[in-house]
Design a protein around this ligand. Structure first.
Ligand code: PEP
Ligand code: MG
Length: 571
């Protein structure tokens, strides 16, 4: 057996066979064929198999994600049955006596180029559909297996270079026991999704797709960040034991589900959870979350062919607010761009997408998109305890502009006779160092801060959060981060506002004592981290940890900080 290490992205142990999620090699040679009739038959068969696969995937998407998400597969099915595309492929086989692979590729390329050059956005999207569908048909012609994550019907561990949010959304939790990828970090979106699906995951292994063959036996240890390839009998026994211990530990945590979060010295802190869709709310409540500290609304926009309508968004926001009752729900406005792509928006390729056109930058320019979201949120505001926050705020002007648009839409709705809550707090995410540095100025205008350390760390240390090569620089406990976080908390408190954190650092057992000592008010984390954090808080004294504050803030390295906290908290 061999073993790979990576980044523990989602807790738990999974033991199952490997399922490779990778586009196979689709290269082929041009060949002359004599029997064109059987060549056309070969094509027809590949088209039929592709059609029946896509129908099943569409059904699966409809059942698990709703009609809107199934739409994309309807568009793919239309391509497969379009005589304007299929007939020219058959004609080419017959008249030029070429193999089906060549005829398919040439004809599809011609249409793709034609559509890509059209002005009309709808037609350009058709080019993307043809590209997608052609790959599937080509794989069937070449008789190589094409991955269909939605159709997995046995227990597997998915391995991939990376998983896109839509790949992850297709995974059926009943069968997918875990996953492991070559790239990504603890805060990459695949890792975040794994935690919300509650499946063990190890990301950033660099070489898993090279070292593992389809069907190899795997153990994914999402607690310690290890993957064992073809483990021995003894290792399997050892990990089955670890799995059982973990389950027992979960039962212990569950006892605190309905308890408030109180430290040893009686301070109450708020432990809330991050969600991506209304379906995640159940997990938040099951894991004892006291609210939603970050609703990442971009999932509403992903895996679709067009922007979600105001009503569709309203339904989603209303559903989350109603399910949460009077518990707070902090909704983040659209944060698209960077690692969160939207194919139908045709965002330009950028050298540094994380530093580029994304989040509030895009929303302020495309205020049509932004206003639709703000209206949907405002309309939903009467159904619960809504707070709105803007992502990626770098300047006070951006906040002022975003807030002005919100107020404009509120006024419009009121004029239209629609009721809107008067108690909506409006805050910002602190993800950019400039904002953390002048938090004092921001604190006079915002109602709250939520520190987005996933991005704040990558911008402060200039270390891409997706790049495992520089993951050694991705240091949550770096004194620079602690000083920025402290600055934000002090600024908030000086103005009587609250400060929360919704980056993954908020649920980290080394960071929690530090943050408690710095006076953080709200901790928003993956739902599965809430109960372990509540358990930990019971044993921490805020007063004692606050006494270490100056010492921690003046330390020189993240290692020093970590060693100090480990010693003081017996970890
Ligand atoms: C963050 O940057 O910390 C954050 C919570 O936002 P996201 O991970 O969605 O970028
Ligand atoms: Mg962010």
């Amino acid at each position: 057996m061999s073993q790979l290490t990576g980044i523990a992205a989602s807790n738990g142990i999974a033991i199952a066979k490997a399922y490779k999620l990778a586009i196979p090699d689709l290269s082929f040679d041009k060949k002359k064929v004599d029997d064109t009739t059987s060549e056309v038959e070969r094509l027809t068969k590949a088209l039929d198999v592709s059609t029946s696969e896509l129908e099943k995937i569409k059904e699966h998407a409809r059942a698990s994600l709703g009609d809107e998400h199934a739409e994309i597969f309807s568009a793919h099915l239309l391509v497969l049955s379009d005589p304007e595309l299929i007939n020219p492929i058959k004609d080419k086989i017959e008249t030029e006596q070429v193999n089906a692979e060549f005829a398919l590729d040439e004809t599809a390329q011609m249409f793709i180029e034609m559509f890509e050059n059209m002005e009309n956005e709808y037609m350009r999207e058709r080019a993307a559909d043809i590209k997608d569908v052609t790959k599937r048909v080509m794989a069937h012609l070449l008789e190589v297996s094409f991955p269909n994550p939605a159709l997995i019907d046995e227990e597997v561990i998915v391995i991939a270079e990376d998983l896109t949010p839509s790949d992850t959304a297709q995974l059926n939790k009943q069968f997918v026991q875990g996953f492991t990828t070559n790239i990504g970090g603890r805060t990459s979106h695949s890792a975040i999704m794994a935690r919300s699906l509650e499946i063990p995951a190890v990301v950033g292994t660099k070489a898993i797709t090279e070292q593992v063959k389809e069907g190899d036996n795997l153990i994914v240890d999402g607690i310690d960040g290890k993957v064992l390839i073809n483990p021995t009998e003894d290792e399997i026994n050892e990990y089955q034991q670890k799995q059982e211990d973990y389950e027992k530990q979960k039962q212990e945590w569950a006892k605190l589900k309905d308890e408030p979060t109180v430290t040893k010295d009686g301070t109450h802190v708020e432990l809330v959870a991050n969600i991506g869709t209304p379906n995640d709310v159940e997990g938040v409540l099951n894991h004892g979350g006291e609210g939603v500290g970050l609703y990442r609304t971009e999932f509403l926009y992903m895996g679709k062919t067009e922007l979600p309508t105001e009503d569709e968004q309203f339904d989603a926001y209303k559903s989350v607010l109603e399910q949460m009752g009077d518990k707070p729900v902090v909704v983040r406005t659209l944060d698209i761009g960077g690692d969160k792509e939207l194919s139908y928006l045709e965002l330009p390729d950028e050298m540094n997408p994380f530093l580029g056109y994304r989040a509030i930058r895009l929303c302020l320019e495309r205020d049509d998109i932004f206003r639709t979201q703000l209206r949907a949120l405002l309309r939903a505001s009467t159904y619960g305890n809504l707070k709105i926050m803007f992502p990626m705020i770098a300047t006070l002007d951006e906040f002022r502009q975003a807030k002005a648009l919100l107020l404009e839409e509120k006024e419009n709705l009121t004029k239209e006779g629609t009721e809107v809550s008067d108690n909506i707090e409006v805050g910002i995410m602190v993800e950019i160092p400039s904002t953390a540095v002048i938090a004092r100025q921001f604190a006079k205008e915002v109602d709250f801060f939520s520190i987005g350390t996933n991005d704040l760390i990558q911008y402060t240390l200039a270390a891409d959060r997706m790049n495992e090569r520089v993951s050694y620089l991705y240091q949550p406990y770096h004194p620079a981060i602690l000083n920025l976080v402290n600055n934000v908390i002090e600024a908030a408190h000086a103005e009587g506002k609250w400060a929360g954190m919704c980056g993954e650092m908020a649920g980290d057992s080394i960071a929690i004592p530090i943050l408690l000592g710095l006076g953080l008010d709200e901790y928003s984390m993956s739902a599965t981290s809430v109960l372990p954090a509540r358990t930990q808080m019971k044993d921490l004294s805020k007063e004692e940890l606050a006494s270490y504050k100056d010492q921690l803030l003046s330390m020189g390295t993240a290692d020093e900080v970590e060693a100090f906290i480990r010693e003081k908290t017996n970890q």
